[in-house]
Design a protein around this ligand. Structure first.
Ligand code: CP
Ligand code: NVA
Length: 341
């Protein structure tokens, strides 16, 4: 295992790499992950159960609560043949206050990959700085890259090429909206983020995403607005997230007031494109950011989205842990974005 990858071969370009945020990746690399995930999902469902990571271990450290992320990483690692070592809450590697450096260096002696859900983005960055093995961000206050890779896979399955699509995000300017903007920049999907005043995505992050879209020439239009109706009009994907993220619970009552008018309802969905889908990373708070009706509507893709956490993360783990991408996946990535790495 090598940590920093100098490879220019697309099959192994992700081997040894960290995934701390989506902008760590190029458009080709996002395409490579999504195609690998689709291939692995199809293979698994057709009864082909390969275990390319047999003999390895993946440490999964969770400093915030988790249901989907824990389940999908733990089961995904096991399906790939790796031993998942889950350390959560009071039993996490950090629960006795040990330095990030010590944790990174020791886990690098035991494991071939470290997955971390934590608060500050700087902590996952520091872990990656000291670890000799790939580090994967399983949610921080700022980003949720694995969730959004799963979401992109889900959108492709339901609606096809994301370059022709517009996503309307209605809700809090948080780790999910941030990562959707990054995803737009890297895939060409248009992303419109709609928040109440005072809850916007930071200007610095927004500008960084616009700059990435320009640098790669993906053609994504990224916008920030305040009117849910205007944003949802004609959108192909309507997505929301909790108004109160983990760690912000003390603000819950103030947020309920501030987000009045931002609930995704069936009435709001009527303004979206004809075949639009609804998405939510979950957990959802029915009656707050979304109605029960929308969650259970025929256009709701929430369970496909949750399932795809497993497939997207299997692809990420296998690629960063050194399993080469298929030639077909490389060809797909090149067909979208050319040869430039
Ligand atoms: N969507 C998501 O990350 O779910 P969990 O918080 O349950 O892991
Ligand atoms: N924004 C939410 C996402 C949960 C998966 C949070 O950080 O709590």
């Amino acid at each position: 295992m090598f940590k920093r990858n100098e490879a220019i071969d697309l099959n192994t370009v992700l081997a040894g790499r960290d995934l701390l945020r989506l902008l760590d990746l190029t458009p080709q690399e996002v395409a490579l992950i999504l195609k690998t995930a689709a291939e692995q999902k199809a293979a698994w469902k057709s009864g082909i159960h390969e275990s390319p990571l047999t003999g390895t271990s993946v440490a999964i450290i969770l400093e915030k609560p988790s249901f989907r992320t824990r389940s999908s990483f733990e089961i995904g690692a096991a399906r790939l043949g790796a031993h998942p070592l889950v350390m959560a809450d009071d039993h996490s590697a950090f629960s006795r206050g040990e330095p990030v450096k010590d944790t990174a260096c020791i886990l690098s002696r035991f494991c071939e990959c470290i997955v971390l859900r934590t608060f500050e983005q700087s902590k996952v960055e520091e872990l990656a700085q000291w670890a000799d093995v790939p580090v994967i961000n399983a949610l921080t206050d700022d980003y949720h890259p694995c969730q959004v890779l799963a979401d992109l896979l889900t959108i492709q399955e339901h609606l096809g090429d994301v370059r022709n699509l517009t996503m309307a995000y209605v809700g809090d300017g948080n780790n999910m909206s941030n990562t959707y903007l990054e995803a737009g920049a890297l895939t060409g999907m248009n992303v419109k983020v709609c928040t109440p005043a005072g809850y916007e995505v930071s200007a610095a992050l927004f500008d960084e995403c616009v700059a990435a879209a320009q640098k790669y020439g993906t053609g994504a239009e990224l916008t920030q607005l305040h009117d849910p109706l205007e944003v949802v009009k004609g959108a192909n994907i309507v997505v929301t997230d909790t108004w109160t993220s983990m760690g912000s619970e003390a603000e819950h009552d103030a947020r309920l007031k501030a987000f009045g008018g931002f609930q995704v309802t069936d009435e709001l969905m009527k303004h979206a494109a004809k075949d639009a889908i609804f998405m939510h990373c979950l957990p959802a708070h029915r009656g707050e950011e979304v109605t029960d009706e929308v969650m259970g509507a025929p256009y709701s893709a929430i369970y496909d989205e949750a399932e795809n956490r497993l497939h997207a993360q299997k692809a990420v783990m296998s690629l960063v842990m050194g399993v080469p991408a298929s030639d077909a996946a490389c060809e797909y990535a090149r067909s979208l974005w050319g040869d430039v790495l």
